[in-house]
Design a binder for this molecule. Structure first.
Ligand code: NAP
Length: 268
């Protein structure tokens, strides 16, 4: 019997991560999910381990613990993340760095920890969860969009660098999905009154989009499709992300910009 592939999914306590870990374990993969505060869950189909992607120590402990148990890491799904809202001017450099620390450098730390193992194995797969915001940034989410765009660009470079070692890299760009992202949202702590009306409109629309968004199982199914693919692509758009990218490529810039301002109620 071949050994099942070992999969590590970061941020598996809710949302995409939990759905992905559940689906992959039902498909016969040996799945480890992570949380900063793992707790045993009734009927859980995968093992939960502790991980804070902001910490070098935590990342190294998580990956070395996994390798001690299983001897390998076949798939890493870099999914852990949160959303920071606030105007660019309202957000401190410290708050912006914290957004990058988790959403970009968190993935970087995980990749650096697993790559030596994957190169030694001569095989491996990395799936990074970016966002529609990487190519269609939302106002008052500028640093979130910047970190997701950075993750996309980084993944494209990495994909070329590790291909010859048998390691494949893909990026998922979901639209809006019903997860815990809105509840876990952080806000810039020094709001500027002039932005109040626009910021409030955007955040109301964003929370509405997430709560009425698609089923996060679709992202889990996309991860499965990527893992099962013989030649996975770089980018996978899920939900409305694909439609928005088509609009961006065909609409004149001025039409697109006024559509975005209308969409986020910036001028009402
Ligand atoms: N929902 C959407 O519409 C949407 C769209 C595009 C992209 N995304 C992206 O999808 C990914 C998953 O988000 P989600 O929507 O499923 O939201 P979610 O339900 O809030 O899940 C986020 C997960 O990230 C983990 N996490 C947060 N900070 C962490 C840290 N410092 N270290 C380790 N784990 C951390 C959380 O785990 P603990 O709190 O238990 O540690 C949680 O399991 C994120 O990268 C998000 O940006 C979401």
């Amino acid at each position: 019997m071949p050994q099942p592939k070992v999969v590590l999914v970061t941020g598996a306590s809710s949302g995409f991560g939990m759905e992905t870990a559940e689906l992959l374990s039902k498909q016969g993969f040996q799945v480890f999910g992570t949380s900063r505060r793992p707790s045993p869950r009734d009927g859980a189909t995968f093992e939960m381990v502790e991980l804070d992607v902001d910490s070098d120590d935590s990342v190294n402990k998580c990956v070395s613990g996994l390798v001690e148990k299983t001897g390998r890491v076949d798939v890493l799904v870099n999914n852990a993340g949160f959303v920071l809202t606030g105007g660019v001017e309202e957000t401190s450099v410290g708050e912006a760095k914290a957004q990058f620390e988790t959403n970009f450098f968190g993935a970087v730390r995980m990749v650096k920890a697993v790559l030596p193992i994957m190169r030694r194995q001569g095989s491996g797969q990395i799936v990074n969860v970016s966002s529609i915001a990487a190519f269609l940034p939302v106002p008052f989410e500028g640093y979130y969009a910047a970190a997701k765009a950075a993750l996309l660009a980084y993944s494209e470079s990495l994909r070329h660098e590790v291909k010859s070692f048998g390691v494949r890299v893909s990026v998922i760009e979901p639209g809006f999905f019903r997860t815990n992202l809105g509840n876990a949202r952080r806000s810039a702590s020094q709001p500027i009154h002039d932005y109040d009306r626009m910021r409030t409109k955007v955040i109301e629309t964003l929370e509405d989009d997430i709560s009425k968004g698609g089923d996060p199982k679709r992202v889990a199914e996309t991860v499965l499709r990527i893992i099962q693919s013989r030649s996975p692509q770089l980018e996978y758009r899920v939900g409305k992300a694909g439609r928005y990218l088509v609009l961006k490529s065909i609409l004149p810039t001025s039409t697109l910009e006024s559509g975005i301002r209308r969409r986020w109620k910036l001028d009402t």
